[in-house]
Design a protein around this ligand. Structure first.
Ligand SMILES: Nc1ncnc2c1ncn2[C@@H]1O[C@H](COP(=O)(O)OP(=O)(O)OP(=O)(O)O)[C@@H](O)[C@H]1O
Ligand SMILES: O=P(O)(O)OC[C@H]1O[C@H](OP(=O)(O)OP(=O)(O)O)[C@H](O)[C@@H]1O
Ligand SMILES: [Mg+2]
Length: 396
């Protein structure tokens, strides 16, 4: 964990970030290290250890967005922002700060997902994109963290309890059966390996499992039962391949949470810091417009008819053809015997991708021809429901 050491020198505290909880750890930057090395260490009473919070943070004028610096979320996050016309411009990949030219006064900071949550809490970031699992684990239900968009549609996984398929667990298939196994006693509790040291114990408590101990690990948790280090693991599962390959199985009632990437903001920042709420609104609008659009196609077709209303009646008689707000119908004019007439009408509707084939069948059934399908880039509504929800959460 990054801790901030304050060395009080007369009136001006010097801030040094160290990479562990001890004051003897190496400082992270050369500049900090040289300051540290040239100072005599003050008396212990003058050393305050702050949980990541920087007292200078209230003085900054820039808005800060934290994005995952590495790992599987990193590329997908940049891709999503690019698709919302919010390209992140990073001068070089080893730099942790970048900008989004479309959003003035905004700094992008690349951080590990858990540090994004910590820095939102300490006021060093205003906005962030992380997985719900990380937000829940490190945010611990803190009311300052507000989820602005809960479904960015990537990073899908679930936090699940898994046990071996073999041995004493062979016939255990639910949390209830696991909790009733006579093996777990005060002296010999169920040993669970996990990186989720807040959510894990909370879940067990809420489900009435009392004889449980947790051991912590950062990766390759799936090896722990076979190594005899743990009886069960609590880890993220996506395809389930890693569990299967290690002869482990999920159990009924053992899912702690379903996760995907979310946009989160600090309540304090949105209320107190100039421009944060407006920037949050713009990012939210762009995200919603894009995410709504990727689930839909635009369908255009021609249809013979006596009037726009008559064609509309036929279209609206089909359940999959109502579009977002009913069909747009326009006359297709041609000149016959020197007279301009409209025998055909062009209809334009938005159709959910999943319902595309059904829609085409229904269009044909009512006489549609020349059907064109195009991808949609953005759907901007008059006002997004999430924006209204955000304002109400903020009491605005
Ligand atoms: N198998 C997975 N499939 C889909 N999404 C996942 C999967 N594993 C993790 N995630 C999501 O991606 C986020 C980041 O995971 P990632 O493994 O890249 O980083 P990390 O586990 O925090 O860091 P590290 O693995 O380096 O300790 C997780 O918090 C979760 O939301
Ligand atoms: O269900 P699956 O699709 O097999 O994915 C699950 C695996 O993915 C994550 O690990 P990751 O690849 O992030 O490695 P890590 O343990 O180093 O974090 C998670 O910790 C599981 O081990
Ligand atoms: Mg991982």
């Amino acid at each position: 964990m990054n801790l901030s050491l304050q060395l009080h020198l007369q009136c001006t505290p010097l801030h040094i970030l160290v990479k562990s909880t001890t004051a003897t750890a190496t400082a992270t930057s050369t500049r900090s290290w040289s300051c540290y090395a040239s100072l005599s260490i003050p008396q212990p009473s003058n050393v305050n250890v702050l949980n990541g919070s920087s007292p200078l943070s209230s003085e900054r004028k820039e808005i800060r967005l934290g994005l995952p610096s590495k790992g599987r979320m990193s590329n997908d996050t940049l891709e999503l922002l690019k698709n919302c016309q919010l390209s992140v411009k990073q001068v070089n990949p080893r730099q942790y700060v970048a900008e989004i030219p479309q959003l003035s006064n905004l700094e992008v900071w690349f951080q590990r997902p858990k540090d994004i949550v910590r820095k939102l809490l300490s006021g060093d970031l205003d906005l962030g994109i992380v997985g719900l699992d990380t937000l829940s684990e490190y945010g611990q239900g803190n009311e300052d963290l507000i989820i602005v968009h809960e479904a960015l549609e990537y990073g899908d996984c679930r936090l699940s309890l898994a046990i071996p398929q073999y041995g004493i667990f062979e016939n255990i298939n639910s949390l209830e059966e696991l909790s009733k196994m006579p093996q777990w006693t005060e002296d010999k509790p169920l040993r669970v390996a996990t990186g989720f040291n807040y959510l894990g114990p909370k879940f067990m408590r809420e489900n009435g499992l009392t004889h449980v101990t947790f051991s912590t690990a950062d990766g390759a948790l799936e090896a722990a039962p076979a190594m005899g280090i743990a009886d069960a693991i609590l880890d993220l599962v996506s395809s389930g391949t890693t569990l299967r390959e290690n002869n482990l199985k999920e159990i009924e009632g053992g899912t702690v949470l379903e996760s995907q990437a979310v946009l989160v903001a600090s309540r304090k920042s949105m209320i107190q810091r100039t421009g944060v709420l407006e920037t949050t609104h713009e990012i939210l609008e762009r995200l919603e417009a894009h995410l709504r659009a990727i689930g839909q196609f635009t369908v255009t077709a021609n249809m013979r008819g006596s009037s726009a209303e008559e064609v509309a009646e036929r279209v609206l008689s089909q359940p999959s053809l109502s579009g977002l707000q009913g069909p747009t119908i326009s006359p297709v004019f041609c000149k016959r015997d020197g007279k301009v007439t409209a025998d055909y009408y062009a209809i334009v509707i938005c159709v959910p991708k999943k319902a595309l084939y059904k829609s085409i069948q229904q269009l044909r059934a009512i006489g549609g021809s020349g059907v064109l399908i195009s991808p949609l880039t953005y759907i901007f509504d008059e006002e997004t429901p999430r924006w209204r929800q955000l304002l109400s959460k903020l009491g605005l």
